[in-house]
Design a protein around this ligand. Sequence first.
Ligand code: CTP
Ligand code: MG
Length: 249
Amino acid sequence: MDEPRVAAVVLAAGGGERIAGPTNKVLLPIGGRPMLTWSLELFERLRDVQTVVLVVPDRNRSAYESVVREAGLQKVKHIVPGGGSRHESEYLGLLAIVDAIAAASIDLVLVHDAARPFARPDRVEAVTQEAGRTGAAILAIPATERIVALGPGQAVEDIGAGLWVAQTPQAFRATLVLDAHRRADRDGFQGTDTSSVVERLGERVSVVADRPDNIKITTPDDLLRAELIAEQLGAHEDDVLLGALWPRT
Ligand code: CTP
Ligand code: MG
């Protein structure tokens, strides 16, 4: 696929309960602009991305519309209400572009958590390219600590080595991810991320190495870390620092 036509579904409908801030967490400022703006501006800049679907909470829609307006974004073509879980929000986001997918005017879909403001263009392009080749790909980083499962009686159960932490964006052939979601809906399956919805069909999902600073803002501590990352990115817009820390692959 030379130049795929890509839609990005940006999930921003969560309540941010673990941060318990004064507003939805994706509206909180990082580096002087709303967390959500970082992702929307990233997709605005990526050549292959033609359409952005922004999934927002039922309440507070106007605050999200203001963010889009103030950032002067052209690619946000749909602002749709989300559901009670990330999974449902994702399905509702996909349904906003169902006609374009059926008409084959979108080849690939990127699904991204607005709670990850620091996804980097080169990594997003890499995961998009991989999905164009294979059908499904996610960004992930190698786990840097041992991860164990809890067995009966809180006993440690080994889950092996070579574990990776899944991140977003995750990229899929558009027809594949829509079909996977329709089947999940039929079967009452709720995925923790988009990949899990596709994996259950027996589809292979490739992993593309991400940078470790593409963190998800989940707790108040993460907000502090995010300010530091924003500062570093601002001071090194040419990517020299992060490129050296995490060589392009
Ligand atoms: N999300 C969504 N719809 C939901 C739940 C989550 O669109 N019903 C989005 C969030 O806005 C976020 C991403 O999914 O960008 C990852 O979710 P998470 O980090 O858990 O965010 P929240 O659900 O907002 O936070 P919390 O779980 O602490 O309430
Ligand atoms: Mg949540």
